[in-house]
Design a binder for this molecule. Structure first.
Ligand code: DC
Length: 654
């Protein structure tokens, strides 16, 4: 999928269980592989990052077999990988790359470790320096300080003080700690300087202990693994739900779940060993109503609304990204500090966040190690539709889904969530309620425009006259000297339309265009350009950008089939060709235009045929659309008919 279009969302609620924790999954896989005995891992995350780790372990000769119901059986190699020479590709999985670098550097074989181009831009020098102090033999294959790496058997130097910097990534310390037992000796590692994401180190120590190795810690910076330490399988190991993945749902609850029906996230809670459960505390500071159980958390919106906070995010760098988007729904500024590590993640997350939030109209200030976000002056309701780029960063894609509570938006490359949460968008859609759409399709001059506009007004909904966009495109193409058959040329015109719909009036390039685009010659042009697939594609998001709260009535030919296939109500509004020609005739005569019934009828039949016969989005009544034939019906009656249907479906009060 190239993109996903999200409508504006009205509310969130229900319950969700996020997939297994990435950080725990990859650590557990590696520890199970290094352990004595067989481990059965339950609830393992199935995603790109865990797939890279699994592939690597299998390439190293470790038997990892799926045994059903999300359970994986790992036969530990007791600290000695059967395959002593291998070339491993680890994608952009930081958790796999850093920990395997440390472990394989001390594992006594010859290995090459590579990743994606982005992985080759992410620093690893601090870890390599620390491993070299221990006696590891590591060479950089391209750039000094960055992957890819070549590892040869180490000559361990006992008694050496190992030091590692902790201010770039905690994964360096995590990798070292997991690898140290392979030396067989007592080893002490000291963290130099600040340690970022400390909770991830606590998680590492906790998991090592569950696999039989207790590292001692003196203060927060010095860690010692004992002589003769070896990993032993705990038998069955259960992976908790991912607390970072949970953050999107909790934020959705804090933004849009009513207090009677909070959003509940299962599989993560007070007992969790993941630092990112701290995210719930940050939401609470913003005013969200949070309830924390041992193994679940629920969130809802406070009656007085969320408020901006200043937060040191050192301990929760990943979940803090979610706060950056949640900030769009808070009163005042939210300032996220101590986030320098964002710059060396899947992408430069500070720059990416600032740029994309700016597209929505947020006020953003970006610094070396902080980000300050405030909603636009009118609050989240005045966010504007935008096309969001995701930089091959799963968290960018997931974070921006939350902006849909303020505006419709398009998210490019949504499949990048596969890194940690392959079915994220399907799960997200399961806990949100979109603004309703009434789709009214039908042939030309059927009266659907008038009916749709009246229905919209009666319900207080927005109104989209999609035909006007095709008319505007034909008109603007003619003005620009682009032929109506020039598909790429007309599509470029459609993409660049500078159009404002303002209370029934239409402005093109700052000039009122309503009259000009209703001309018969433009009707013909509109029906021609509407048959061009590239033109339809260029106008798709423009139409979906009308899908705002409290609701939308859209009229055209493909509202129900293509633009809003999940419309709450679909109506196919038509009338006989003769009646439609007659209505049109009266309109034109009233305007003082010279036309004949015969020519009008013929032209209308030709347009019907063209709209119905084209290969893309042809005009037709869908099986789930209600037929409304207005041949012997006045406008009032037709409007009342649609409003009745809307009421039946709960789209209107009364
Ligand atoms: O509804 P209208 O007559 O203003 O539409 C003008 C032309 O645009 C019509 O010939 C068909 C085309 N159109 C379309 O293909 N799809 C839509 N959703 C709306 C209009």
């Amino acid at each position: 999928m190239d993109f996903i279009d999200l409508p504006q969302l009205l509310a969130a609620g229900g319950s969700v269980r996020p997939p297994g924790s990435k950080s725990i999954s990859n650590r557990a896989l590696l520890l199970a592989a290094l352990a004595e005995g067989v481990t059965e891992i339950d609830g393992l995350l199935a995603s790109d990052d865990t797939a890279r780790m699994l592939e690597a372990l299998r390439a190293l000769g470790v038997a990892c077999v799926e045994i059903g119901q999300g359970r994986l059986r790992v036969e530990g190699c007791a600290g000695r990988f059967p395959v002593r020479r291998a070339d491993l590709f680890l994608g952009n999985a930081g958790t796999a790359f850093r920990s395997l670098t440390a472990v394989l550097a001390l594992a006594g074989g010859d290995y090459v470790l590579r990743g994606t181009p982005r992985m080759h831009e992410r620093p690893i020098g601090d870890l390599v320096d620390a491993l070299r102090l221990l006696g590891a033999d590591i060479a950089y294959l391209e750039n000094e300080g960055f992957p890819p790496l070549r590892l040869a058997p180490a000559s361990i130097r006992p008694g050496r003080a190992v030091e590692v910097r902790g201010d770039v990534s905690s994964q360096f310390l995590t990798g070292l700690l997991m690898a140290l037992p392979l030396t067989g000796r007592e080893m002490t590692v000291t963290v130099a300087g600040d340690l970022v994401s400390r909770p991830y180190v606590d998680m590492t120590l906790d998991l090592m202990a569950r696999f039989g190795v207790r590292a001692a810690r003196q203060g927060g910076q010095v860690f010692t693994t004992p002589t003769g330490a070896r990993y032993v399988s705990p038998g069955v190991f259960g992976v908790e739900g991912d607390a970072s993945s949970a953050s999107y749902f909790l934020a959705a609850g804090a933004i849009a779940a009513s207090s009677g029906a909070p959003l509940r996230v299962a599989g993560v809670g007070r007992r969790s060993i993941q630092g990112d459960v701290g995210f719930a505390g940050a939401l609470a500071r913003m005013g969200a109503i949070i309830e924390m159980g041992d193994d679940e958390v629920s969130a809802c919106r406070p009656p007085e609304g969320l408020r901006g906070i200043t937060l040191d995010c050192k301990a929760i760098p990943d979940a803090a990204m979610t706060l950056a988007v949640t900030a769009l729904f808070a009163e005042g500024e939210t300032r996220l500090t101590n986030i320098a590590s964002w710059r060396v993640k899947e992408t430069d997350r500070i720059a990416a966040m600032a740029k994309e939030l700016g597209k929505l109209g947020a006020r953003v200030e970006e610094g070396r190690d902080f980000l300050a976000i405030a909603p636009p002056p009118g609050g989240a309701a005045s966010l504007r539709p935008a096309v969001i780029d995701t930089y091959d960063d799963h968290r960018m894609a997931m974070c921006f889904s939350l902006a849909a509570f303020g505006t419709p938006l398009r998210i490019n490359d949504p499949d990048c969530t596969a890194k940690t949460f392959p079915d994220y968008f399907a799960r997200f859609e399961g806990i949100v309620a979109p603004a309703p759409v009434i789709a009214i399709d039908g042939p030309t001059a059927s009266g659907k425009g008038t009916v749709s506009a009246r229905v919209a007004k009666a319900l207080g909904f927005h109104y989209l006259d999609s035909g006007a966009l095709y008319r505007l495109t034909a008109f603007a193409a003619r003005e620009a000297g682009v032929g109506w058959a020039d598909e790429a040329g007309v599509a470029a015109v459609a993409a660049g339309l500078d159009v404002v719909f303002d209370d029934g009036r239409i402005w093109l390039d700052g000039r009122e265009a309503d009259e000009a685009i209703r001309h018969e010659s433009i009707s013909v042009g509109a029906s021609k350009v509407a048959a061009l697939p590239q033109v339809r594609a260029a106008l798709l998001f423009r139409q979906r950008a009308f899908h705002r709260a409290p609701g939308l009535v859209g009229d055209g030919r493909d509202m129900a089939s293509v633009v809003f296939p999940r419309a709450a109500l679909k109506v196919f509004l038509t009338a006989s060709a003769e009646i439609r020609a007659e209505r049109r005739y009266k309109q034109l005569i009233d305007k003082g235009m010279a036309v004949t019934m015969a020519s009008l009828l013929q032209e209308l039949r030709e347009r019907d045929a063209r709209d119905a016969a084209r290969t893309v989005a042809p005009l037709r009544q869908l099986p789930d659309a209600v037929l409304l034939d207005t041949s012997s019906m006045g406008i009032e009656e037709a409007v009342a008919f649609v409003l009745d249907l809307a009421r039946d479906r709960g789209l209107a009060a009364g």
